[in-house]
Every structure is written in structure tokens, then in C-alpha cells.
Design a protein around this ligand. Structure first.
Ligand SMILES: Nc1ncnc2c1ncn2[C@@H]1O[C@H](COP(=O)(O)OP(=O)(O)OP(=O)(O)O)[C@@H](O)[C@H]1O
Ligand SMILES: [Mg+2]
Length: 363
């Protein structure tokens, strides 16, 4: 079975590439599809988000340099139907390694052509910026999805990303299709609506109907190292990711139909939701303890990172500095206000005592 390979790509950072990749993967699996996620980002966010420790020994780096076989690197997840070719921190050095090789822009294509991944979909989470890794992703994919967040710079991100896709379409991968543009982290503001309308008017039907709303549950889910669709299947973001997955499959079905191929039907929405709830129940441990215990552990960890084994006095000193940095206060202005306050208080105190003494007849 040949999988449909989709790269999630935008040169801009922090616009939900990883969130889209991991939620698309678990939603596809919830709809009964089998998926392999390829984490091409050395930050390892999608690896972590699917419950895998990025300190594992072998990852996509080892595949790229020919130091391991796909079967040795592939990791199953607790979500049936989802497997990962994980990222390890060593991936950060891949640019230099690949620059020594010939045909380095097609390394991933070659790996995927030589290894039957035995799944319906491959989702590739790309790092921000255009380097050898995203080029490899685009060279090996059937389709690309561009997540976009409506900020005043959203257009710039798109304007830099579209030519990169064109560059690959003209050379490395003539069949690469821009499957769609997805609005993510969507605020309900006038500015957001205006930016979205502008992009829709330029790109027309390429933009997906579904827009993923800004939802704090996504951040909570990331803290628990779970995709939001598993962490809180009923949340606004999770529901939108399910809508998007349906739209994604529908588009794939039409693309395949044009090529005379048939995509097997997916499960119904309520069945998919049921599976997400099953995975949520299985991960109850990770989800629940965000109560005090978990938060206290996180705070202790942060304290250790910040203060190490400093003495109490040094900690107070550092905490004071952080207080000023966090609150953008100038120490000089603060001390000046304090001085004026103390002088005013002392003045008022002396005046009060003088009047009291006058009243009782001491002076
Ligand atoms: N719908 C959403 N609502 C609120 N926060 C979100 C949403 N989607 C993503 N985020 C948050 O935005 C941040 C960036 O998301 P994410 O890591 O998915 O982006 P990215 O494009 O992969 O980033 P990078 O370029 O660093 O790889 C994360 O903290 C994530 O939890
Ligand atoms: Mg990312």
C-alpha cells in the first residue's frame, strides 16, 4: 500500500505546524486510518507531543545518514494506528552531514521509496525556515499544507513559503500539490477576520473552510505532552481539528478520484470521537495531575533551573532581579518612588507628633 505523504510547512515559526501535524495524525487514526508521523524538527515537539522521549537513541537523523534501518527507528505510540519516525537532538547537525552527500535534497524520498511504510498517510512535521530538511520533506511529499496564523506578518510568511514550494514543484518534485492553507490559532477579532479575508481572496478555494480557533486547551495539552484532540476531545480546538481532518480526507478523496484511484472510506465522526475519548481515558494519568501536585513539581523544576543550589540570600537577590525584569520596572525609578514615600511618611509622622505635643502642651 502506498501512503499519501503530506508535509506541514511554513517558513514562519510558531504558527502551529506541530500542533496541526500531531492532531491531524491522531484524528486520521481516530477515523480508522494508519499514520506515520515524521518529525523533521530537532526541537522534537511532535515526538514529545505523541508521548515519546526525544532522548531515545535512534531517530530520523540515523536514517538520513544511513546509520539505521526504518524498522529500528520507527516507534509505536499509545494511539493505535499512529507510529513515529522520531526526532533526536542530533538532528540539529544534519545540515552539515547532508552537505557532504550527493543528492542530499532527495535523501528522504529515497528512504521512503526503498522502505514500504505500510500505512495510509505519512504526515511530515517541518521545522521553521527553509533548509535541507523542509526541502527533503517537499521533495518526497504528494501534498503540502501551509498553516497560517493571522498576524500582520502572516502574508510575509506566505509570500516566502509559496516560492519555496514553487521551487520544489519546478525541479525536485513536479507532482507536489498545495493541498491547502489552514488558518490556525485564530482569534475572533476584526483584524484577524480582515487578514483571513485578504488571504482567502488571494488564494480562493485553496484555503480550508475550517479555521482552528485560539484555545488555551492546546497549551494545556502540550504541557501534558498530548495532542489536544486526546487531551480534551470536546474542546473548540479539538472539534476544529476533527473538522479539518474530514476536510483533508475529502480533498484527498477528490484528488485520488481524478487520478482514477479510490480512497477507502473513513469511520463516522461519532466513532472517531469515541476513539479519542478512549485514548483520553488511557492517558488520564497525564491529564489529571495538572492539579497542584503536577504544578508544584513543575515549579520546583523551574526553581532548580533558575536558582540551582544557591543560598537563601542569593535566591532573594535573583528573585528581586527577576521581579524587576518580569514587571519591566526600572530599579532607579522604583527606589526613587520608595524614597519619596518614606520621606513623605516621615514628614507626616513628625508633623503629627509636633501637633500632638502642641495639643498636650509639651511644646
Ligand atoms: N489553536 C491554538 N490555540 C492556542 N495555542 C495554540 C494553538 N495552536 C498552537 N498553539 C500554541 O502555539 C505555540 C506554537 O505552536 P506549534 O509548536 O504547533 O507551532 P510550530 O509552527 O510547530 O512552531 P515551530 O516553528 O517552533 O516548530 C505552542 O505553544 C502551541 O501550544
Ligand atoms: Mg514545530
Amino acid at each position: 500500500m502506498k501512503p499519501y505523504i503530506v508535509a506541514i510547512f511554513n517558513q514562519k515559526g510558531g504558527i502551529s505546524k506541530t500542533t496541526t501535524s500531531t492532531n491531524l495524525a491522531v484524528c486520521l487514526a481516530a477515523f480508522g486510518k494508519s499514520v506515520v508521523v515524521i518529525d523533521l524538527d530537532s526541537q522534537g515537539d511532535s515526538t514529545k507531543s505523541l508521548g515519546i522521549d526525544p532522548k531515545i537513541k535512534q531517530g530520523i537523523y540515523d536514517l538520513f545518514i544511513g546509520g539505521a534501518a526504518v524498522a529500528d527507528v520507527m516507534v509505536p505510540t499509545v494511539f493505535e494506528g499512529v507510529r513515529v519516525l522520531p526526532s533526536t537532538y542530533s538532528l540539529a547537525g544534519i545540515e552539515i552531514k547532508l552537505s557532504e552527500l550527493q543528492n542530499s535534497q532527495r535523501t528522504l524520498s529515497t528512504i521512503l521509496a526503498q522502505n514500504e511504510l505500510d500505512c495510509d498517510y505519512v504526515v511530515i512535521d517541518c521545522p521553521p525556515a527553509l533548509g535541507i530538511l523542509p526541502i527533503n520533506a517537499l521533495a518526497s511529499a504528494h501534498a503540502v499544507i501551509i498553516p497560517v496564523t493571522a498576524t500582520p506578518y502572516a502574508n510575509d510568511g506566505l509570500l516566502r513559503t509559496l516560492p519555496s514550494i514553487k521551487y520544489v514543484q519546478e525541479g525536485l518534485n513536479k507532482n507536489l500539490l498545495l493541498q491547502g492553507v489552514l488558518f490556525t490559532i485564530n482569534d475572533k477579532t476584526k483584524t484577524t477576520r480582515k487578514i483571513n479575508e485578504l488571504i482567502r481572496s488571494r488564494l480562493g478555494g485553496t484555503v480550508y473552510r475550517t479555521e482552528i480557533p485560539r484555545d488555551n486547551m492546546v497549551i494545556e495539552a502540550a504541557t501534558a505532552r498530548l495532542p489536544v484532540c486526546v487531551y480534551a476531545p470536546k474542546s473548540a480546538a479539538a472539534q476544529a481539528h476533527l473538522d479539518f481532518t474530514e476536510e483533508f480526507i475529502d480533498r484527498h478523496v477528490s484528488i485520488a478520484a481524478k487520478a482514477g484511484e479510490v480512497v477507502p472510506p473513513r469511520l463516522a465522526r461519532d466513532k472517531a470521537t469515541e476513539r479519542l475519548f478512549q485514548w483520553q481515558a488511557r492517558n488520564a494519568e497525564a491529564i489529571k495531575p495538572d492539579s497542584n501536585e503536577h504544578l508544584r513539581a513543575k515549579k520546583d523544576q523551574l526553581d532548580r533551573m533558575l536558582y540551582g543550589d544557591r543560598t537563601w540570600g542569593e535566591r532573594v537577590h535573583l528573585a528581586l532581579i527577576h521581579f524587576f525584569i518580569d514587571n519591566r520596572l526600572s530599579l532607579v525609578a522604583f527606589l526613587l518612588v520608595m524614597l519619596i514615600g518614606v520621606v513623605a511618611l516621615l514628614g507626616a509622622g513628625f508633623e503629627g507628633m509636633r501637633r500632638l505635643a502642641g495639643m498636650v502642651g509639651i511644646i
